[in-house]
Design a protein around this ligand. Structure first.
Ligand SMILES: [Zn+2]
Length: 64
């Protein structure tokens, strides 16, 4: 298996994104997202990190 897929995030292969505002989960097709835009929810771009993963990572960058 190749670790470097062009333009493909490893987490994209799961085909799921989450909204961290309301907790919604959405199944996505990575090809579709690249061509038609990333899904948004509650005014934010949905995340490739599951709520559990986000909790564990706690990103420091806070964007206004
Ligand atoms: Zn939402």
């Amino acid at each position: 298996m190749s670790a470097t897929k062009r333009g493909c995030h490893p987490k994209l292969s799961r085909g799921r994104v989450w909204c961290h505002e309301c907790g919604a989960m959405l199944k996505v097709n990575s090809g579709e997202c690249m061509s038609s835009g990333w899904p948004k929810c509650c005014g934010y771009t949905m995340s490739l990190d599951s709520p559990e993963e986000r909790e564990a990572r706690k990103p420091e960058e806070a964007r206004p």
